[in-house]
Ligand binder design. Structure first.
Ligand code: DQQ
Length: 544
């Protein structure tokens, strides 16, 4: 069967066809960025999992290479699942991944490049001494996976973390090694939570200025986990003591449902790497489809990667902040600009014109609430509720005092199809501050059936009384991806939508305001985005 490319992405990473999931082994090595990812070489549903491989010099254009790691040995005969890369001090990259062995146990294997002089590191060798970490006594062998990038302590020992569970308790198990070959479990977990299985843990230092420790600013360690039960991720950050291998999250940070999230939408199994070329930490995450498996098989493809995001600690030390890597701005083309335009309260909208198509666009806007006094009180019944619950109760078409206001993206001619990305402002939050909610409401996004259309939402930590009522929004639109960054990357939401009319040059962009207060668009810049170049290294790459 062919590939239905109507809703395929132009600049969000996708292979030419079939199923993809987690980003794996992301790294920068000798001038080249490597992205490996979970891939089914046969069809557009999960299964037959190998590590597909793509390389780039700019995180924008990609060369597809043949799969790097695929079942060949008893220790991975039933699948090559997620893992990470570590660049060793002598410059050799090592991959640690989860193999599914002949008994369907999850074991951790190491692999090294066959030829270090190949800049693309096409071929990988798995030493015979694998697996290097098998599930020991008391470990659930069907829930023991996704090794992190390793780090070296002052004592010279390597450490890494593996995700597992003990009944309902998610655990980040710590292992140590002198030689990357023999690994021993630490006698206690690095951290755990009452959340169910922890998949794809990630553990790394961040600072408020740059991610290179020692460069000044406040340094914290971040622990991120992915919850297989709810399919969302959360993170904590705090102090990590190398001498005792103790991680203590900051007191205000919760594990589980109330935890902070990279993304309040469709974003999973994420992983960061240290980009030594630009001294930044870069985050990759997978966005699954939200149409049906039957649709995916018909389309011939499923899964995309979110744009790579730079991640750092906010200057107040309260949360992480993310922003699309600057390189993607090189794809910006035709541009529409709006300054100081009023959007009257009481239900009004206008179209952002000037783009030939708004199906593949990058929109940066700053909104200003004209009359903050119109904010409704935050319903005490919502205290402790998550943002999604509030937003599901108050969708994009439910009028409020301040908001909903924001963008309709991937909108059809008469905007019967539209995905709303918007804000609402309430009064009466903690300490008398306003409560700001950011939502993605896809309920009107498509005329098609059999779609999963959850409302996504997060609170935004912005004191609008102090910003003069201003709130910023950036939204990356890419045919079936709506990836939004609220208030300069404080709250992020990725959503997958499947318009039937708002496709190609029929896709439009609007600003709307369904609140009582007028809203001023202080500025809005919308850019058409060119497509990234995805080329194949060999014809066989995707036919093996
Ligand atoms: N996906 C992989 C696992 C991981 C899960 C299998 C998370 O290693 O736990 O494809 O999406």
């Amino acid at each position: 069967p062919g590939v239905d490319d109507v809703l395929r992405t132009g600049y969000h990473f996708q292979p030419p066809k079939h199923w993809i999931n987690d980003p794996n082994g992301v790294m920068y090595y000798k001038g080249v960025y490597h992205l490996f990812y979970q891939y089914n070489p046969k069809e557009a549903v999960w299964g037959n999992i190998v590590w597909a491989h793509a390389v780039s010099t700019d995180l924008v254009d990609w060369v597809m290479l043949p799969p790097a790691i695929y079942p060949t040995a008893p220790f991975d005969v039933n699948g090559c699942w997620s893992g990470s890369a570590t660049v060793l001090p002598d410059g050799t990259p090592a991959i640690m991944y989860t193999g599914i062995d002949g008994e369907n146990r999850q074991v951790q294997n190491v692999a090294y490049p066959k030829d270090l002089s190949d800049p693309y590191l096409r071929e990988w060798v798995k030493p015979d001494y694998n697996p290097v970490i098998a599930p020991g006594p008391g470990i659930n062998a069907t829930a023991f996976r996704d090794p992190t990038t390793a780090w070296q302590g002052p004592d010279g020992l390597w450490r890494l973390v593996i995700g597992t569970k003990d009944n309902h308790r998610g655990l980040a198990m710590l292992y140590r090694s002198r030689d990357f070959k023999q690994w021993a479990p630490a006698n206690r977990a690095l951290h755990s939570g009452d959340t169910g299985m922890w998949e794809c843990p990630d553990f790394y230092p961040v600072t408020t200025t740059t991610t290179s420790p020692g460069a000044g600013g406040v340094t914290k360690h971040v622990l991120k986990v992915s919850l297989d039960l709810t399919r969302f991720e959360y993170y904590t950050f705090g102090e990590y003591d190398h001498a005792t291998d103790t991680y203590v999250p900051d007191a205000a940070l919760a594990d589980g449902n109330d935890g902070l999230r990279y993304d309040y939408g469709n974003f999973y199994a994420s992983k960061t790497f240290l980009d030594t070329a630009k001294q930044r930490r870069v985050l990759w995450g997978w966005a699954n489809e939200s149409d049906s498996a039957a649709d995916d098989i018909r389309k011939g493809w499923a899964g995309v990667q979110a744009v790579p995001r730079k991640v750092w600690l906010s200057s107040d030390g309260k949360q992480l902040v993310q922003w699309p890597v600057a390189e993607i701005e090189s794809l910006r083309g035709v541009h529409a600009n709006i300054t100081d335009r009023l959007v009257k309260g009481g239900g009004s909208h206008f179209e952002v014109t000037g783009l030939a198509s708004a199906a593949q666009a990058d929109v940066e806007a700053s909104f200003q609430v004209v009359d903050l006094d119109k904010a409704e009180p935050f319903d005490p019944a919502w205290r402790g509720a998550d943002a999604q619950t509030v937003c599901a109760a108050r969708g994009a078409d439910v009028a409020g005092g301040v908001g909903p206001f924001g963008l309709w993206v991937l909108a059809s001619d008469e905007h019967q199809e539209r995905t709303a990305v918007f804000f609402r402002v309430f009064k009466g939050g903690d300490g008398g501050k306003h409560v700001v909610l950011m939502c993605n409401d896809p309920s009107m996004s498509s005329h098609a059936d059999n779609l999963y259309k959850p409302t996504f939402a997060g609170f935004v930590d912005v004191d609008v009384a102090k910003t003069g009522g201003k709130i910023a929004l950036r939204t990356l639109i890419d045919h079936s991806v709506v990836e939004s960054f609220g208030e300069h990357g404080k709250t992020c939401i990725l959503s997958r939508v499947y318009p039937t009319k708002a496709v190609g040059d029929k896709a439009r962009l609007y600003v709307f305001n369904n609140g009582e207060s007028d809203i001023k668009v202080t500025h809005l810049n919308a850019y058409e985005m060119r497509s990234a170049k995805i080329t194949s290294d060999t014809v066989e790459a995707y036919n093996r």
